[in-house]
Design a protein around this ligand. Structure first.
Ligand code: 0X9
Ligand code: ZN
Length: 306
């Protein structure tokens, strides 16, 4: 519906989280996993298909790490709606939800997102204050414990890629890391949704080292990119982050991979630079469909292998 083809201010996203949970008690449960620097709640929605007695494996999807990448939380909302409306209607969604639960964190950086709506559209980081500086914010995707603050991140608090005082110094990163540590035996795939540049990235971004299952990850990403091309005509690059985009340590994908989640991806959704972070609402539907196609394609393979 048209609701999912618009960008929403933070308050509406919180309202939507509540409404979705209340309206679909059989499929959706909500967890509070922590809170932001400015004390806003961090909610995870757990989507489940048919009830089963044995605990199911799961997929994790997070959105909104970077405040200005508005298509990312729009994608998470799209995904949740798609799962709810397509379960037992669409074959892939039904198969995925009968085999795995899906944890969705629609908004990992609520303070930054709010700031992009009210003060500065191009804000990226969270809104942490620093004791010896007037600059604000830590890049949450440099704050995880994966070659933390080495080349590709900055130790200067005024920079866009500031890594923070120490790994997981930020409550938003810590909340995600704690949740995944507690659920690492069931979470089999990790997806982090960003924009822009149309890429399907996998470890490593924090070094030039090759992932243990590089060939498998590469094949999954390649097949997903081919599917996007076939159905939507758009080109997505794929490969290890360090070689495909740039060296960038402290990211959530590399950290989750090192935790033992063997299938870990960062998606960079539309576009390739025409509008960049300012992707018009008229492009939301197609951008989300492309991301969803890649997520389904990879998840179906993960189910076969775990
Ligand atoms: O630099 C980033 O964090 C991501 N690109 S963005 O333009 N959305 O900021 C890429 C993340 C790739 N993965 C890691 N660096 N771990
Ligand atoms: Zn990003």
């Amino acid at each position: 519906g048209k609701f999912y083809e618009r960008y929403h201010p933070l308050e509406e996203i919180y309202f939507w989280i509540n409404k979705t949970t209340v309206d679909h008690p059989n499929m959706v449960k909500v967890f509070l996993i922590g809170s932001s620097v400015e004390k806003r709640p961090l909610y995870v929605l757990k989507l489940s298909g048919r009830a089963s007695s044995t605990p199911k494996n799961a997929i994790w999807v997070d959105c909104g790490i970077h405040a200005r990448e508005w298509i990312s939380p729009a994608f998470c909302m799209w995904l949740v709606d798609h799962c709810i409306t397509q379960y037992e209607a669409n074959r892939d969604i039904t198969e995925i939800l009968n085999s795995m639960d899906i944890y969705v964190l629609p908004m990992m950086n609520p303070d930054g997102y709010e700031y992009t709506w009210t003060a500065q559209r191009m804000w990226r980081k969270n809104r942490a204050k620093h004791p010896d500086s007037d600059c604000v914010g830590v890049d949450l995707n440099r704050n995880f414990d994966a070659n933390w603050c080495t080349s590709g991140a900055s130790s200067r608090s005024c920079d866009q890629t500031y890594c923070g005082q120490f790994p997981e110094s930020e409550p938003e990163a810590q909340a995600v890391a704690n949740f995944l540590r507690s659920n690492k035996n069931t979470v089999k795939a990790y997806f982090s949704i960003h924009s822009y540049s149309q890429m399907l990235l996998f470890p490593y971004s924090c070094s030039y080292e090759q992932a243990r299952n590089h060939d498998e990850l590469n094949e999954m990403a390649q097949d997903a990119a081919k599917d996007i091309q076939r159905y939507y005509g758009n080109q997505y690059k794929f490969g290890p982050g360090s070689q495909t985009i740039y060296l960038a340590p402290g990211g959530s994908d590399d950290w989750a991979y090192n935790l033992g989640i063997d299938y870990s991806f960062t998606f960079e959704l539309q576009d390739r630079g025409k509008y960049g972070f300012l992707l018009p609402p008229s492009h939301i539907a197609k951008a989300c469909k492309e991301g969803l196609q890649a997520l389904k394609s990879i998840s179906l393979k993960v189910i076969q292998r775990s």
